[in-house]
Design a protein around this ligand. Structure first.
Ligand SMILES: Nc1nc2c(c(=O)[nH]1)N[C@H]1C(S)=C(S)[C@@H](COP(=O)(O)O)O[C@H]1N2
Ligand SMILES: [Mo]
Length: 224
């Protein structure tokens, strides 16, 4: 894990260190801050809600912690299957972020607890050739991300919301939260993360949604 003491020497320049430096530069908007003027906090075409709507494909899988597993596969140096104890032993972090759903609702100031995707990446060591991830969930849902988006500084594998364990309807025991993209990218009930060379469409992306889904660029649908 990366909470390094003072390094004795400069680490060797590799593809991975270059990639990580690029991620760090992209992460200049720090966790817990929206990083934009207040007037621009709400992306175009969005409206604010105070409640938290539930959206899914009609199935809310119950995954007992004793049976919970997260598979990390594909182009990584250290493929692992984590059980709940192993996942809970990873470094814990807290973030505060806004939700932007493509159906036009946004919700400000959600407090998340869990494991930063950065800390998972430190564990599994993606290959230099890995450029994308495919996320698969217990309900069969799939969604795709570039590795750079997955590695965003504020992306968190969340187990808690506002200090309490995530409820099943919102993706508990663990979901991704990726605040910089529309919320369909934030897979609930996450089961598997596969590292790949190239980005390929997931469920909504095969059904007309945009491959990336940046709310600030209004990337709602394919062709936007
Ligand atoms: N596994 C899974 N994850 C999912 C979905 C889903 O149907 N299944 N729906 C996505 C969509 S379209 C949205 S808007 C958000 C909704 O999350 P929420 O119900 O916690 O608001 O989850 C995303 N993640
Ligand atoms: Mo959505």
């Amino acid at each position: 894990m990366s909470d390094d003491q003072t390094p004795a020497e400069t680490p060797p320049e590799t593809k991975l260190t270059r990639t990580k430096r690029a991620w760090a530069e992209q992460g200049r908007f720090l966790t817990g801050q929206h990083g934009r003027p207040e007037a621009e906090r709400l992306p175009p075409g969005q409206h604010l809600v105070r409640d938290w709507p539930v959206l899914d494909l009609g199935e809310q899988p119950e995954v007992p912690l004793t049976a919970w597993r997260l598979d990390i596969r594909g182009m990584v140096g250290n493929p692992v299957t984590l059980d709940w104890a192993a996942f809970s032993a990873l470094p814990r972090s807290e973030t505060r972020s806004d939700i932007h759903c493509v159906t036009t609702w946004s919700r400000y100031d959600n407090d998340w607890g869990g494991v930063l995707t950065r800390d998972l990446l430190d564990l599994v060591q993606p290959d230099g050739e890995a450029g994308a991830v495919m996320l698969t969930s217990h309900d069969g849902y799939e969604t795709n991300l570039t590795l750079a988006d997955f590695a965003a500084a504020d992306a968190i594998l969340a187990t808690h919301w506002q200090g309490a364990p995530l409820t099943v309807e919102h993706g508990g025991p663990m979901r991704l939260v990726l605040p910089r993209l529309y919320f369909w990218k934030s897979a609930k009930w996450l089961r598997r993360i596969e590292f790949r060379a190239h980005d390929a469409p997931g469920f909504w992306e095969r059904n007309g949604y945009h491959m990336r889904g940046d709310p600030w660029a209004e990337e709602r649908y394919a062709g936007d």
